[in-house]
Design a protein around this ligand. Sequence first.
Ligand SMILES: Cc1ncc(COP(=O)(O)O)c(C=O)c1O
Length: 398
Amino acid sequence: MSKKDFFTYQAQTTPHPLALEVSHAKGSYVYDTDGNAHLDFVAGVSACSLGHCHPKVVGAIKAQLDEYMHVMVYGEYVQKPAVEFSKLLSSLLPSNLNTTYLVNSGTEAMEGALKLARRHTGRSEIIAAKNAYHGNTMGSLSLMGLEERKSPFRPLIPDIRFVQFNNEEDLIKITEKTAAVVLETIQGGAGFIVPKNDYLEKVRARCNKVGALLILDEIQPGFGRTGKLFAFEHYNCTPDILVIGKGMASGLPVGAFVASKQIMADLKDNPKLGHITTFGGNPVIAAASLATLKEITETDLIHQTLAKEKLFRKLLKHPLIKEIRGKGLMLAPIMQNEDVADYLILEAAKKGLILFWLLFEPKAVRISPPLTISMKEIEEGCDHIISILNGYRPNTVN
Ligand SMILES: Cc1ncc(COP(=O)(O)O)c(C=O)c1O
């Protein structure tokens, strides 16, 4: 295997991938093929909640591999890992979120949620937020709140309207025609924007008034990242449909949408097979999800998240950092300008610290480490960040 083969045979997503050649990964570190350790402040973009190859997750996967891997499409056979995960999740959620549909990725979970909302309400209009990101399949892409990224792929699905996140005046756009309002509980790609002034409560009230469903996308903030199991718990607002993924299986491909039994029933009848998937609920991935959820909820990890946030905020003080957005271990230092952000991310990569960009906010630097990161590792990484910023000179990006 070589880097050249990566560029030759594997489809590329940008003209300039980071192209780190991975040997293995463990805990908070990714190791390259030259034997260098890279401290991971990104966690596979919020996916490796328990770090790399957590022994309990690996153990659960291995045990399941010895039993069975795939026996039937989703929804026909009773497969213990999927049932146990769905049952445990339901016990941890508000009572209306008691039925889980397991799928293969975040974007597929969003597709399922959109179909369910249309089917349940008999309405077609979907309201999403400007600068939102919900995935890359055609339905999720239609909700993307940045026209320049989606216009080359039009026509997309019709009947989508946009509101400005945190803008109460826009709530009037939610009407009796609206099937669902789809929001990230904390906007990710936009720059880790948290809801302000009881915004989500107000959205919830407006949805109740006009009979629209509220879909919250917790693919990124979910599973303990913000100091609660799900971020909506901070904001006194329970969705009708909860969309989850990423950190759920601590590094395996996964997604799910959760609703009440009554709403979810609309996918099984009239027409039956309203949403189907071959691999959704895959037993190996469900076993990893169950082990992850148990570890997150049976330890002090969620609580520690807030102490870790405090440490990041204390250490990341520098004239080039203008503010730090986000919550818990979903933090985005906002740099003086885009050039500083690029410099920091690329210099950090050379010095063994993994940082990354956010989709729509070029001044932001992503910090979304494993929940298991230690205080010492946070100190080590933040020291690197400060020393790199101290060495910044305008226009030094190479
Ligand atoms: C908020 C949010 N929604 C949806 C998705 C899409 O998930 P996936 O990449 O698993 O399809 C992502 C992924 O980055 C996300 O952050």
